[in-house]
Design a protein around this ligand. Structure first.
Ligand SMILES: *[C@@H]1O[C@H](CO)[C@@H](O)[C@H](O)[C@H]1NC(C)=O
Ligand SMILES: *[C@@H]1O[C@H](CO)[C@@H](O)[C@H](O)[C@H]1NC(C)=O
Length: 189
Protein backbone atom coordinates (compact mmCIF):
# COMPACT_ATOMS: atom_id res chain seq x y z
CA UNK A 1 0.00 0.00 0.00
CA UNK A 2 1.37 3.41 -0.98
CA UNK A 3 1.67 6.41 1.32
CA UNK A 4 -1.54 7.82 -0.07
CA UNK A 5 -3.33 4.58 0.65
CA UNK A 6 -2.25 4.66 4.30
CA UNK A 7 -3.26 8.31 4.70
CA UNK A 8 -6.66 7.61 3.11
CA UNK A 9 -7.18 4.63 5.42
CA UNK A 10 -6.27 6.69 8.50
CA UNK A 11 -8.53 9.53 7.41
CA UNK A 12 -11.51 7.28 6.81
CA UNK A 13 -10.90 5.60 10.18
CA UNK A 14 -10.83 9.04 11.85
CA UNK A 15 -14.05 10.08 10.12
CA UNK A 16 -15.82 6.88 11.17
CA UNK A 17 -14.61 7.32 14.79
CA UNK A 18 -15.71 10.95 14.89
CA UNK A 19 -19.11 10.05 13.49
CA UNK A 20 -19.50 7.38 16.15
CA UNK A 21 -18.48 9.81 18.91
CA UNK A 22 -20.81 12.48 17.55
CA UNK A 23 -23.73 10.16 18.23
CA UNK A 24 -22.93 9.78 21.95
CA UNK A 25 -22.98 12.40 24.68
CA UNK A 26 -19.38 13.32 25.54
CA UNK A 27 -20.57 15.37 28.51
CA UNK A 28 -22.59 12.61 30.21
CA UNK A 29 -22.45 13.01 34.00
CA UNK A 30 -23.36 9.40 34.66
CA UNK A 31 -21.80 6.07 33.88
CA UNK A 32 -22.42 2.62 35.26
CA UNK A 33 -20.64 -0.63 34.67
CA UNK A 34 -21.38 -4.13 35.87
CA UNK A 35 -19.34 -4.84 38.97
CA UNK A 36 -18.57 -8.43 39.85
CA UNK A 37 -17.89 -8.87 43.56
CA UNK A 38 -14.39 -10.26 43.96
CA UNK A 39 -13.72 -9.48 47.58
CA UNK A 40 -15.30 -11.45 50.35
CA UNK A 41 -17.60 -9.73 52.78
CA UNK A 42 -16.24 -9.37 56.29
CA UNK A 43 -18.08 -9.07 59.55
CA UNK A 44 -16.54 -6.96 62.32
CA UNK A 45 -17.77 -6.77 65.88
CA UNK A 46 -16.96 -3.76 68.00
CA UNK A 47 -17.53 -3.17 71.68
CA UNK A 48 -17.13 0.27 73.23
CA UNK A 49 -18.74 2.80 75.55
CA UNK A 50 -20.30 6.09 74.47
CA UNK A 51 -20.04 9.03 76.87
CA UNK A 52 -22.71 11.69 76.44
CA UNK A 53 -22.17 14.62 78.81
CA UNK A 54 -24.79 17.36 78.64
CA UNK A 55 -24.05 19.01 82.01
CA UNK A 56 -21.09 20.91 83.45
CA UNK A 57 -18.66 23.42 82.00
CA UNK A 58 -17.47 21.21 79.18
CA UNK A 59 -20.45 19.30 77.83
CA UNK A 60 -19.81 16.91 74.94
CA UNK A 61 -23.34 17.46 73.62
CA UNK A 62 -24.99 20.86 73.32
CA UNK A 63 -28.54 21.94 72.53
CA UNK A 64 -28.48 23.70 69.16
CA UNK A 65 -32.20 24.06 68.42
CA UNK A 66 -35.63 23.57 69.83
CA UNK A 67 -39.23 24.52 69.13
CA UNK A 68 -41.32 26.93 71.18
CA UNK A 69 -43.31 23.92 72.34
CA UNK A 70 -40.28 21.83 73.33
CA UNK A 71 -40.06 23.08 76.91
CA UNK A 72 -43.68 22.11 77.54
CA UNK A 73 -43.33 18.72 75.85
CA UNK A 74 -42.90 15.79 78.25
CA UNK A 75 -40.66 14.17 75.62
CA UNK A 76 -38.74 17.38 74.78
CA UNK A 77 -40.08 16.98 71.24
CA UNK A 78 -38.13 19.18 68.84
CA UNK A 79 -34.93 19.55 70.83
CA UNK A 80 -31.84 19.01 68.63
CA UNK A 81 -28.40 18.35 70.06
CA UNK A 82 -24.96 18.45 68.45
CA UNK A 83 -22.59 15.94 69.99
CA UNK A 84 -18.89 15.15 69.94
CA UNK A 85 -18.92 12.23 72.36
CA UNK A 86 -15.86 10.15 73.20
CA UNK A 87 -16.01 6.39 72.61
CA UNK A 88 -13.90 4.40 75.05
CA UNK A 89 -12.70 0.85 75.45
CA UNK A 90 -14.02 0.46 78.99
CA UNK A 91 -16.93 2.08 80.83
CA UNK A 92 -14.86 4.55 82.89
CA UNK A 93 -14.55 8.05 81.44
CA UNK A 94 -10.78 7.72 81.92
CA UNK A 95 -10.63 4.56 79.82
CA UNK A 96 -8.72 4.58 76.50
CA UNK A 97 -10.48 6.63 73.81
CA UNK A 98 -11.00 4.57 70.64
CA UNK A 99 -13.06 7.09 68.69
CA UNK A 100 -15.64 9.85 68.73
CA UNK A 101 -19.33 9.92 67.89
CA UNK A 102 -20.03 13.20 66.15
CA UNK A 103 -23.29 14.47 64.82
CA UNK A 104 -26.86 15.26 65.61
CA UNK A 105 -29.47 13.64 67.74
CA UNK A 106 -32.88 15.07 68.33
CA UNK A 107 -36.06 14.29 70.16
CA UNK A 108 -38.41 12.94 67.49
CA UNK A 109 -41.18 11.34 69.54
CA UNK A 110 -44.25 13.17 70.82
CA UNK A 111 -45.83 10.39 72.80
CA UNK A 112 -42.81 8.32 73.74
CA UNK A 113 -39.34 9.72 74.27
CA UNK A 114 -37.20 8.69 71.30
CA UNK A 115 -34.23 10.14 69.52
CA UNK A 116 -33.39 10.30 65.85
CA UNK A 117 -29.65 9.75 65.48
CA UNK A 118 -27.62 11.04 62.55
CA UNK A 119 -24.09 10.41 63.72
CA UNK A 120 -20.66 9.53 62.47
CA UNK A 121 -18.71 7.12 64.67
CA UNK A 122 -15.11 7.87 63.76
CA UNK A 123 -12.45 5.55 65.15
CA UNK A 124 -8.94 6.64 66.11
CA UNK A 125 -7.41 3.46 67.52
CA UNK A 126 -5.55 0.49 66.06
CA UNK A 127 -6.11 -0.44 62.41
CA UNK A 128 -9.47 1.36 62.53
CA UNK A 129 -7.82 4.76 62.98
CA UNK A 130 -9.42 6.92 60.28
CA UNK A 131 -12.29 4.53 59.55
CA UNK A 132 -15.85 5.42 60.41
CA UNK A 133 -19.38 4.08 60.64
CA UNK A 134 -22.51 6.08 60.03
CA UNK A 135 -25.55 5.50 62.23
CA UNK A 136 -28.92 6.80 61.14
CA UNK A 137 -32.12 5.81 62.86
CA UNK A 138 -34.27 5.82 65.93
CA UNK A 139 -32.85 5.38 69.39
CA UNK A 140 -35.51 4.63 72.00
CA UNK A 141 -33.13 5.91 74.64
CA UNK A 142 -35.29 4.99 77.64
CA UNK A 143 -35.49 1.34 76.63
CA UNK A 144 -32.83 -0.80 78.24
CA UNK A 145 -31.64 -2.14 74.87
CA UNK A 146 -32.14 -0.52 71.46
CA UNK A 147 -31.01 -1.18 67.93
CA UNK A 148 -29.79 1.44 65.52
CA UNK A 149 -29.03 0.85 61.83
CA UNK A 150 -25.56 1.25 60.37
CA UNK A 151 -26.06 2.73 56.95
CA UNK A 152 -22.52 3.19 55.70
CA UNK A 153 -18.88 3.69 56.48
CA UNK A 154 -15.48 4.80 55.31
CA UNK A 155 -11.95 3.39 55.34
CA UNK A 156 -11.94 -0.25 56.45
CA UNK A 157 -15.70 0.05 56.84
CA UNK A 158 -16.41 0.93 53.25
CA UNK A 159 -19.95 0.09 52.18
CA UNK A 160 -20.77 -1.03 55.71
CA UNK A 161 -24.18 -1.94 56.88
CA UNK A 162 -25.27 -3.61 60.07
CA UNK A 163 -26.61 -2.98 63.48
CA UNK A 164 -25.51 -1.13 66.60
CA UNK A 165 -27.00 -2.39 69.85
CA UNK A 166 -26.94 0.13 72.65
CA UNK A 167 -27.55 -0.49 76.33
CA UNK A 168 -27.52 2.20 79.01
CA UNK A 169 -24.63 1.50 81.34
CA UNK A 170 -25.10 4.55 83.54
CA UNK A 171 -27.60 7.42 83.54
CA UNK A 172 -27.85 10.45 85.78
CA UNK A 173 -31.50 11.48 85.85
CA UNK A 174 -30.71 14.90 87.30
CA UNK A 175 -28.18 16.01 84.71
CA UNK A 176 -29.08 13.76 81.77
CA UNK A 177 -25.49 12.56 81.42
CA UNK A 178 -25.21 8.99 80.18
CA UNK A 179 -22.78 6.22 79.39
CA UNK A 180 -24.03 3.71 76.83
CA UNK A 181 -22.51 0.33 76.09
CA UNK A 182 -22.40 -0.51 72.38
CA UNK A 183 -22.10 -3.80 70.55
CA UNK A 184 -21.74 -3.15 66.86
CA UNK A 185 -21.93 -5.74 64.10
CA UNK A 186 -20.78 -4.34 60.76
CA UNK A 187 -20.76 -6.16 57.43
CA UNK A 188 -18.31 -4.59 55.01
CA UNK A 189 -15.70 -5.36 52.37
C1 LIG B 1 -4.38 8.10 63.90
O1 LIG B 1 -4.11 8.78 62.69
C2 LIG B 1 -3.74 10.12 62.87
C3 LIG B 1 -3.67 10.78 61.51
O2 LIG B 1 -3.16 9.91 60.55
C4 LIG B 1 -2.43 10.19 63.66
O3 LIG B 1 -2.07 11.54 63.87
C5 LIG B 1 -2.65 9.50 64.99
O4 LIG B 1 -1.42 9.46 65.72
C6 LIG B 1 -3.15 8.09 64.80
N1 LIG B 1 -3.50 7.53 66.10
C7 LIG B 1 -3.19 6.28 66.46
C8 LIG B 1 -3.62 5.87 67.82
O5 LIG B 1 -2.61 5.51 65.71
C1 LIG C 1 -22.47 -6.99 74.24
O1 LIG C 1 -21.94 -8.26 74.13
C2 LIG C 1 -21.47 -8.78 75.36
C3 LIG C 1 -20.79 -10.11 75.08
O2 LIG C 1 -21.59 -10.91 74.28
C4 LIG C 1 -22.62 -8.89 76.35
O3 LIG C 1 -22.15 -9.34 77.58
C5 LIG C 1 -23.25 -7.53 76.52
O4 LIG C 1 -24.41 -7.63 77.32
C6 LIG C 1 -23.66 -6.98 75.17
N1 LIG C 1 -24.12 -5.62 75.32
C7 LIG C 1 -25.03 -5.08 74.51
C8 LIG C 1 -25.28 -3.64 74.71
O5 LIG C 1 -25.60 -5.72 73.63
Amino acid sequence: MGKLGVVTLLLSFLIVTMAALGGSQPEDWHKSVVRVEKEEEKVTELHFYFHDTVSGKQPSAVRVAQAMESEKSPTLFGVVMMADDPLTEGPEPTSKVVGRAQGLYGSAGQEEFGLIMAMNYGFTDSIYNGSSLCILGRNSALHPIREMPIVGGTGLFQRARGIAVGQTYWFDETTGDAIVEYNVTAFHY
